[in-house]
Design a binder for this molecule. Structure first.
Ligand SMILES: Nc1ncnc2c1ncn2[C@@H]1O[C@H](COP(=O)(O)OP(=O)(O)OP(=O)(O)O)[C@@H](O)[C@H]1O
Length: 409
């Protein structure tokens, strides 16, 4: 088991990780999520003794990494697949690692086979593609047959077959009772791979719970209702009737309605009473990606702006109309999560730095967070992001908190 207690890391006046407490348990794949720059790699480096915490501690099986006897036999890690001597062949790279840790040579050939690099084992790694480099990094992590494994973005650069292989590998390592801690930005992949999630934002714990609890705590069930195409009047009539009955109705991009606050049978009855035909009435739950976006949107440091192509535009021909901007294109594919049960602001106020671009559903209040099933073990100072059993009141972007270091606010 990996256990962090009050883990904090400052680089000068930058606080990369602040008061982070969590446990990564054996027998499960634990996903480690957070926006760019949220402190995932820093946390992993501290777990592996590559960085010293400014405060707090992190142990593996009860010991700091540096005090583990023959640590490479107990802990395997892929942090940076490029951190390889490019002039060495894949096999020689693994061989040198094996010799340093007293691992038999035949294990090198074994792991080369496991990651599918046996045919290029004698090739210099500097000629490797991104995906081949990742495979070599995974081979190095598996070399000592360790009980604890850390992978920082292991599927980066892998093709679909490679991604599937990594997914199955992580699951089988966990099924053997090992501790598997894996960071990724690929939500769909995490949803398929991880059993448990630890989510951080700006170095602080946002969530520590099972995937299923994470999704239900950060999303509301909703119904998709579609009336026949071309029957606009019926759609509008239904929309008004549902709103009148206490539902919250939002238009979907394809013309359907997203309805919360009313059970499906009630929606059906309302449509029937109003004489509105339905082509679709289906129950839905937000995906991990939607739930993650909702939870982390206020902790995102790096956001794109619209490319104005300043000074690059050709003058429009006489009479031509400028292109019409497409709503919600600031973050393609993203839209605000389903609306509230109790009403809680989900996005920072528009126009402020860090405000999310207005999506088609922007402005819809977000669902109240459900109680945190596991809590934040060992949490010290109150964490403005952490899920809590109390009704949430604080807006997602915390106001300046004088009890916190500047970067942790
Ligand atoms: N050696 C360092 N010196 C100064 N600042 C650092 C150092 N390492 C990390 N940081 C800062 O700490 C913060 C957390 O960085 P970290 O690399 O841990 O984030 P991350 O969650 O892994 O990001 P990504 O998802 O982009 O890989 C960032 O603001 C980063 O600039």
């Amino acid at each position: 088991m990996i256990e962090a207690v009050g883990l904090t890391k400052r680089y000068g006046d930058k606080t990369a990780v602040y008061n982070l407490s969590f446990q990564v348990r054996p027998g499960a794949v634990t996903g480690f999520l957070g926006p760019n720059g949220s402190g995932k790699s820093t946390t992993m480096r501290m777990i592996l003794g590559l960085d010293n915490p400014t405060a707090g501690s992190v142990t593996i099986g009860g010991h700091p990494y540096r005090r583990l006897p023959n640590a490479p036999r107990q802990v395997g890690a892929l942090l940076d697949a490029k951190a390889v001597h490019g002039g060495r062949s894949a096999r020689n790279h693994l061989l040198s690692l094996a010799q340093l840790s007293g691992i038999p040579v035949r294990r090198v050939d074994e792991v080369l086979g496991v990651v599918g690099l046996q045919d290029v084992a004698k090739k210099r790694s500097k000629g490797f593609s991104l995906g081949m480099g990742q495979r070599l990094g995974i081979a190095a992590a598996l070399l000592g047959d360790p009980r604890v494994l850390l992978f920082d973005e292991p599927v980066n650069g892998l093709d679909p077959e490679g991604i599937l292989w990594v997914r199955n590998l992580m699951k089988s390592l966990a099924a053997e009772g090992r501790t598997v801690f894996v960071s990724s930005h690929l939500m769909s992949e995490m949803a398929l791979t991880a059993d448990h999630l630890i989510v951080i934002g700006r170095g602080q714990l946002l969530a520590d719970m099972s995937i299923r609890d994470f999704i239900s705590a950060n999303s509301a069930d909703f119904a998709r209702v579609r009336t026949p195409d071309g029957e606009r009047e019926g759609r509008e009539k239904l929309s008004s009737a549902l709103t009148e009955a206490g539902g919250h109705v939002l238009p979907e991009p394809d013309g359907a309605l997203r309805v919360t606050g009313l059970p499906l049978p009630r929606i059906s009855d309302i449509a029937h009473d109003g004489g509105v035909r339905l082509w679709e009435l289906s129950p839905h739950q937000a995906s991990l990606e939607e739930a993650y976006m909702r939870m982390t949107q206020s902790a995102v440091d790096y956001r794109s702006t619209t490319d104005q192509k300043a000074g690059l535009m050709q003058p429009l021909p006489p009479g031509a109309e400028p292109p019409v901007p497409v709503p919600g294109q600031g973050q393609p594919g993203w839209y605000a999560p389903p609306p509230p049960r109790h009403g809680q602001p989900s996005a920072p106020p528009q126009g402020q730095p860090g405000a999310a671009p207005a999506g088609p559903y922007a402005g819809a209040p977000a669902p109240a967070a459900a109680p945190h099933p596991y809590g934040a073990p060992g949490a010290g100072a109150p964490n403005p992001y952490a899920q809590s059993a109390a009704p949430p009141q604080a807006p997602p972007v915390p106001a300046a908190d004088p009890t916190k270091p500047e970067d942790a606010r």
